[in-house]
Design a protein around this ligand. Structure first.
Ligand code: GLU
Length: 446
């Protein structure tokens, strides 16, 4: 790493102790910025990178709520507004027991560059809680969401900070959050939250957007070497909203997804994942991949040992969570002939896995480019809310496809300009960074 960047990174380590995933996200971005600071000293002179590594604001709050047995439960809530140079803070809420300040800062930091890449006017932020929705009744989830919003409402707003979903937060949770926001503020301010239901301000394609966008991006990467998803064997990790819609679009584009997973194991389905059954099991019944295997019958193999990355494939789409692919799993994928890894989750590859794919010359599309379709479509939802309009599915999907194509091309052009042709990581980090940095320079020392 360049000396100036190393100093900034050392300061990040010192000022943010015990936040490993945040350190990892910062290190990955700073690792790409060497040629940028060499060419544009104004960014380091004005402490732009140091400022970017420090959130504009961070809120941590108590979330007390009552469970179905009448007991008081206490969780911790977070919202980090990382950067508002390009627009209101924008980014999801994650409800998962592993969430702590470091998780929210890593995700918020990623979101700055991802949102910049979309070309739409959104800053970067993120939030969440260590609440575990798994095994909780609808009524418990509702009471938790209401308690969470009872504090969060004063920090958000359509021009300030616009939360959405992430792991553990889907349309059900957004509904409860929006209802409470509306009740407290006495305003139907649709543009304050995205991922809403269609009849109350939601956008068509928002549910599908991250997964569809990922498949569009993978398609563009393959097209750059005169190939496509048609006929490809694909493995996806996860089986949530991102995974399901990535599978759907890969199938529409002619590929076959032969494996996917959840925290209890993975399935291999050589005939191609049965999407209707997967949607029923995961979205309606909130069941497990083992239930999918039971209902699909003898054609399908379910394993609760090892990982889905042992399944041979041409294309790997990690869509579960951070650091889910380590060096050994990368090696298994490489040995089995994988030619492209595109990230649907945020930071699913460990640094050692990233290095392994680079060394093996496997194409690699980082999440901040490849999974930007979700937040991009959130920005389209904000546009529809601001104009009190609704768009058709076709129009919205076409916008999404264009945005993913633009991100792809910008990554390649920027990588070329800064001396790393074909490197999507360098392209995404540098292109995302420069746009935010220039806006910060223009706005003074704030
Ligand atoms: N959580 C998603 C992401 O990681 C989407 C955020 C949003 O729509 O604001 O980008």
């Amino acid at each position: 790493m360049d000396e100036k960047l190393q100093d900034i990174y050392d300061e990040v380590l010192e000022r943010n102790p015990d936040e490993d995933v945040f350190h990892q996200a910062v290190s990955e971005v700073l690792g790409s910025l060497g040629p940028v600071v060499a060419k544009h000293p104004q960014y380091t002179d004005a402490a732009i990178i140091r400022r970017m590594c420090e959130p504009e604001r961070q809120v941590i709050f108590r979330v007390p709520w009552i469970d179905d047995d009448g007991r008081v439960q206490v969780n911790r809530g977070f919202r980090v507004g990382f950067n508002s140079a390009l627009g209101p803070y924008k980014g999801g809420l994650r409800f998962h027991p592993s969430v702590y300040l470091g998780t929210v800062k890593f995700l918020g930091f990623e979101q700055i560059f991802k949102n910049s890449l979309t070309g739409l006017p959104i800053g970067g932020g993120k939030g969440g809680s260590d609440f575990d929705p798994k095994g909780r009744s609808d009524a418990e989830v509702m009471r938790f969401c209401q308690a969470f919003m009872t504090e969060l409402y004063r920090h958000i707003g359509e021009h300030t900070d616009v939360p959405a979903g992430d792991i553990g937060v889907g349309q059900r949770e957004i509904g409860y959050l929006f209802g409470q926001y509306k009740k407290i503020t006495n305003r139907f301010e649709a543009g304050t939250l995205t991922g809403k239901g269609l009849s109350w301000g939601g956008s068509r394609v928002r549910t599908e957007a991250t997964g569809y966008g990922l498949a569009f991006f993978a398609q563009r990467v393959l097209e750059a070497s005169n190939e496509g998803l048609d006929g490809k064997r694909v493995v996806v990790s996860g089986s949530g909203n991102v995974a399901i819609h990535a599978i759907e679009k890969v199938h529409q584009l002619g590929g076959t997804v032969v494996g996917c997973s959840d925290s209890g194991g993975y399935v291999v389905d050589e005939a191609g994942i049965d999407l209707e059954l997967l949607k029923q099991v995961k979205l309606v019944d909130r069941g497990r991949m083992s239930d999918y295997a039971d209902q699909r019958g003898s054609k399908v193999h379910h394993s609760d040992q090892g990982s889905v990355w042992e399944v041979a494939c041409d294309i790997a789409l990690p869509c579960a969570t951070q650091n889910e692919v380590d060096a050994d799993e990368a090696k298994a994928l490489i040995d089995n002939g994988c030619q492209l890894v595109a990230e649907g989750a945020n930071m699913p590859l460990t640094p050692a896995a990233v290095d392994a794919f680079a060394e093996a010359k496997v194409a690699y599309a980082p999440g901040k480019a490849a999974n930007a379709g979700g937040v991009a479509t959130s920005a389209l939802e904000m546009q529809q809310n601001a104009s009190r309009d609704t768009w058709t599915f076709e129009h919205t999907e076409q916008r999404l496809e264009e945005i993913m194509g633009n991100i792809h091309d910008r990554c390649l052009e920027t990588a070329e300009e800064y001396g790393s042709p074909g490197d999507y990581v360098a392209g995404a980090n540098i292109a995302g960074f420069i746009q935010v940095a220039d806006a910060m320079l223009a706005q003074g020392v704030i």
